[in-house]
Design a protein around this ligand. Structure first.
Ligand SMILES: Nc1ncnc2c1ncn2[C@@H]1O[C@H](COP(=O)(O)OP(=O)(O)O)[C@@H](O)[C@H]1O
Ligand SMILES: [Mg+2]
Length: 340
């Protein structure tokens, strides 16, 4: 790794600002462990790191840039003013200020956030993704021909498995109507109804701007949950360590043939480019019993905590956490906003 020392402004949500000198136990139980790990790794590399905590006042970012004059903003924000899709506006603001930043560009964030729009683009590029139909909030609830039960009902724009539960997998018209109404009422977004792909769940990390690199395919193993319920990544599967422990749910390198590994990585690199992503992202896929992959969605600016799938997958390929962050940082320095 090169030795050039940079002033790095680490942009995080205000509630995720790590305290000064936390204890090991505080770090382990915290919600800001990723923020802390990134800061520590960057400091260990010799960079000068300052935090800016954002909530609903973008002036805080401008002031921090004014005072600290960073060469790069390391962007770990996921929302602004409580609105998840305002994450794209934060990087738009940085582009206007001509400050380089890590992670995805505004347009990529906007496209990937909309599952329906993303899938239209993926389909255009012949990238396999489950067949789908959108049920708008005030539109028809008639199921299109060509979609057969079981189906998966989700929000078009929410993420982190918000609105994903066992009831999201529907077997008939009554269940479909109920779940679509649930999404409309409780999440206040349009609903997307997809062909349910029964099979394995795999994730692929991709990094790059023009040239892309895919990380080893990672698998979410549902453990004993598969015996009792539909194996899908609900909120509890993703976020409750007690629940994961109870059902022996774990993640690790996917056991795939070399050809399948390469196929999944190629599909994901193509999807990443088709959606206009930059920086880094984790792609969510399903692999059915016939050995066919389907892209479920793209997650630009995915979690990059040291123990998260993305960093673990990089590590399995021999890329240490520092090396991974160094690459992400350099991709940020090299990204050129479109000025044409
Ligand atoms: N079409 C589908 N077939 C099977 N499982 C699905 C499908 N769509 C989503 N899932 C399950 O639901 C989870 C969350 O869906 P995803 O589209 O990744 O939304 P989120 O943005 O909430 O992560 C997936 O990880 C997967 O387990
Ligand atoms: Mg997902």
């Amino acid at each position: 790794m090169p030795t050039k020392k940079l002033r790095v402004l680490l942009a995080v949500h205000k509630t995720l600002l790590p305290p000064e000198n936390p204890t090991a136990a505080e770090i382990r139980d915290s919600e800001w462990s990723a923020e802390y790990e990134v800061a520590t790794a960057l400091r260990d590399m010799g960079h000068e790191v300052k935090f800016v905590g954002l909530d609903d006042h973008i002036g805080d970012m401008r002031t921090a840039i004014w005072e600290f004059k960073p060469q790069l903003v390391f962007n770990l924000t996921e929302e602004f003013d409580g609105v998840a899709h305002f994450d794209q506006n934060i990087v738009s603001f940085l582009e206007l200020l001509r400050v380089p930043y890590t992670g995805c560009n505004p347009r990529g964030l906007m496209v990937a956030r909309d599952k329906a729009l993303s899938k239209k683009i993926l389909s255009f590029h012949s990238i396999p993704t489950p067949a789908f139909q959108v049920f708008p909030r005030h539109g028809s609830t008639k199921l299109a021909t060509g979609l057969a039960f079981p189906l998966m009902v989700k929000s078009t724009t929410e993420e982190a498995s918000l609105g994903i539960a066992q009831a999201s997998v529907v077997q008939n018209e009554t269940q479909l109507k109920e779940r679509v109404a649930f999404i409309h009422e409780h999440l206040d977004t349009d609903a997307i109804v997809e062909q349910y792909i029964s099979g394995r769940e795999v994730y692929v990390g991709v990094m790059g701007n023009m040239r892309t690199e895919a990380l080893p395919v990672w698998e979410l193993n549902f453990g004993e949950l598969s015996e009792q319920a539909e194996p899908i990544a609900t909120r509890r599967v993703k976020w409750s360590s007690a629940y994961r422990k109870r059902y022996k749910i774990s993640s690790g390198k996917a056991e795939l043939s070399e050809a399948q590994e390469t196929e999944a990585q190629d599909i994901c690199r193509r999807a990443y480019r088709a959606l206009g992503l930059s920086g880094y992202a984790r792609m969510d896929l399903r692999l059915d019993a016939q050995g066919k992959f389907y892209v479920l969605e793209a997650n630009p600016n995915c979690h990059i905590g040291e123990k998260e799938d993305f960093a673990q997958s990089a590590d399995s390929k021999g890329l240490t956490y520092s090396e991974l962050l160094w690459r992400i940082l350099n991709l940020g320095l090299r990204w050129q906003p479109n000025r044409g």
